[in-house]
Design a protein around this ligand. Sequence first.
Ligand SMILES: Cc1ncc(COP(=O)(O)O)c(C=O)c1O
Length: 407
Amino acid sequence: MKYEFASLMKDFEGYAIGKMLRYLSDPEIISFAGGLPSDELFPVDLIQKAVEKSIREDSARVLQYSPIPGEKDLIQAVIDYLKTDNISIGPENILITTSGQHGLDLVGRAFLDPQDLIVCDLPTFGGALAAFELEDAKYIAKDIEDDGSDIAGLDKEIETSIKRGQTPKFIYVVPDFQNPSGITMSLKKRYTLLEMAKKYEIPIVEDSPYRELRYRGEQIPSIYSLDNNNGNVIGLYTFSKILCPGIRVGFNIGPPDVIKKFAFIKGANILNTPKLNQDICRTFLTEHNLKAHFQKATTYYDAKLHFFLDAMEENFPADMGVKWTKPEGGLFLWITTPEEINTLDLFYMAIEEKIAFVPGEVCYPEGFRRYNTMRINFSYPTKEQILEGVKRLKTVIQKYKSQKLKT
Ligand SMILES: Cc1ncc(COP(=O)(O)O)c(C=O)c1O
């Protein structure tokens, strides 16, 4: 049988990072490539008790189909949880999703026609690019700065595009410890971005998986909270990085008409989020000591991050021309190598040396690619692996440079 794929699917190869991870089956490889939270932080006892209780007390409902928008008690728990982050919303503003990636998929399906424009940073989250590629999206994009989006640069391009007759559909940002760069948007820029969004009437999609994972410095208000639930921002959240990714639960927040549309789409694509998994999240939010949980997680990740930064400092003297970000939270940092290094070529060489990272080019939309960057996950490897892995990274960069000089 010759299957004729849809034209948009013919060249579609999925989430590019997923493809890279296929190379990592060798257990000797030290991987800085994944985006995994540490399994040492999963509250396994709490999850086990929540599962047992749900099945014991409510098996008929737990094993049944459940409401598309999500379980009422989880929605209420999320409302209370968000209050602690100065977000005041009602159930009409929330849809429970089957994780952050599903939340992104709903955004893409709800707003994008083929060739529609999205505004984003360079680099940006590869999973978002994959979700929006399903809708054949195009981009207005500018290099991210140390304090977040290049708003002035984006503003100019948006204005030009509107003059030409095309208004972008939304602005996609990850303001807190961005995946992949680790960069956080300043408060000033959050206000400016919101003003720009209002000026052009282009909504902001604020993706916030890492917000609770701040290790240093003051927490900065979310753009959603700055907008006071006035309908200019859609917030995407997931339990993946604060609880565990295996249960696949998240939530989208926004204006009621948008949330209603998301629910219609969810009904058509995955129907409902498993109640059992929602019960775990509700138990986590209402019965777990969240303060202690986040304290443990941030202390754990902070130690890893600073261990990593110290190893970089030690192995990469300034004359090597390698630069890296110094995030205040999240799970990633971003390395920029000298221009002559193509990090996809370097990746294949690195695999030989048993070290892996994500070549940065998968974090750029087509037409905007940069080839001398890489994303590093510091949260999953052990300290020993970090020490050894950074050394291997240095070796492979030196090897690449000397081979390049020979050719
Ligand atoms: C910025 C961003 N958005 C969304 C997601 C997807 O989250 P989930 O694992 O819940 O699908 C991730 C995961 O790495 C992410 O980094």
